[in-house]
Design a protein around this ligand. Structure first.
Ligand SMILES: *[C@@H]1O[C@H](CO)[C@@H](O)[C@H](O)[C@H]1NC(C)=O
Ligand SMILES: *[C@@H]1O[C@H](CO)[C@@H](O)[C@H](O)[C@H]1NC(C)=O
Ligand SMILES: *[C@@H]1O[C@H](CO)[C@@H](O)[C@H](O)[C@H]1NC(C)=O
Length: 286
């Protein structure tokens, strides 16, 4: 095949050959999608070739200019690296795949798999066409079952009514009156075949004092009003206490843990008849 470049230089070559008797080979300084290393194109020099990433050398990586003024062996080309259509793991489907070179894919193209329902993926869902013309490692899809989640004490659990629970199936939990959930309301069957976190029901607390101003989630509230339906497991409030010497107030925390809350010892509840006393919550902070 005669390239346009070759035609362009042929008149120049005749000239040199006649004038100096130097044996010169056709110009070979350009390799599409690659590079050529050379000093001159004269006998008996050798030039060498390399291709850009994503291309491979189809031909020899060097050529010598012969006495006859020809390249030996013939000049190579840089051809794009391609990967054949990927094989598909069992229990998987191709979610994203678009061959970009006929039926094949080019270097760095990707394909994405997903597993059939009830199956979990192990490995990367995305494969990439490599410089070797093959794909990176395929993921695996395996069927994953979870045991039926157990009912928490003082509560209940709901899950799909079917003989077996599988990966990504969900269970939801609730508690009877006077109890609240410790943990998530909804859990999912993980790819390890177990449930991520198992919630339990913890008893709520009765408000432990008749009345008090406390801090709850950064706000001052009246405990007897805010928690008239009881405090939930985990609810935390800060009571105000007085420092008598310094005539100032400070706070101490109390938390409802499974039906029990301990009022800080420093907290003093006034009788509603003792109207002349200033409540600790109205005293300036220490
Ligand atoms: C792609 O594959 C189909 C079926 O194997 C074949 O008929 C077709 O010629 C191929 N196309 C190219 C561009 O190779
Ligand atoms: C999966 O492969 C892609 C592309 O090869 C990569 O970008 C990604 O980080 C990989 N993900 C994981 C979780 O290994
Ligand atoms: C791709 O081919 C290279 C070179 O032959 C090989 O080393 C590698 O293990 C292959 N990769 C995969 C995922 O088969």
């Amino acid at each position: 095949m005669i390239s346009p470049v070759l035609i362009l230089f042929s008149s120049f070559l005749c000239h040199v050959a006649i004038a100096g008797r130097t044996r010169v080979c056709p110009f070979a300084g350009i390799l599409e999608n690659g590079a050529v290393r050379y000093t001159t194109f004269e006998y008996p020099n050798t030039i060498s070739f390399s291709c850009n990433t994503g291309f491979y050398l189809n031909g020899a990586d060097s050529a010598k200019c012969t006495e006859e003024g020809k390249w030996s062996p013939e000049l190579p080309v840089c051809a794009p690296i391609t990967c054949p259509p990927p094989s598909i793991p069992t229990f998987a489907t191709l979610r994203v795949y678009k061959p970009s070179a006929g039926n094949n894919s080019l270097y760095r193209d990707t394909a994405v798999f997903e597993c059939l329902p009830q199956h979990a993926m192990f490995g990367n869902d995305t494969i990439t066409c490599t410089t070797h013309g093959n794909w990176t490692k395929l993921p695996e899809c395996r069927e994953v079952k979870c045991p039926f989640p157990s009912r928490p004490d003082n509560g209940f659990v709901n899950y799909p009514a079917k003989p077996t629970l599988y990966y990504k199936d969900k269970a939801t939990f609730g508690c009877h009156d006077g109890y609240s959930l410790d943990g998530p309301e909804e859990i999912e069957c993980t790819k390890l075949g177990n449930w991520f976190a198992m919630p339990s029901c913890k008893a709520s607390c009765k408000v432990p004092v008749k009345k008090a101003t406390v801090v709850y989630q950064g706000e001052r509230v009246k405990i007897q009003e805010k928690f008239k339906n009881g405090m939930l497991h985990g609810d935390k409030v800060s009571f105000f206490c007085k420092n008598k010497e310094k005539k100032c107030s400070y706070t101490e925390d109390a938390q409802c843990i499974d039906g029990t809350i301990e009022v800080p010892k420093c907290f003093k509840e006034h009788s509603s008849l003792a109207f002349w006393k200033t409540d600790a919550s109205d005293v300036k902070p220490c």
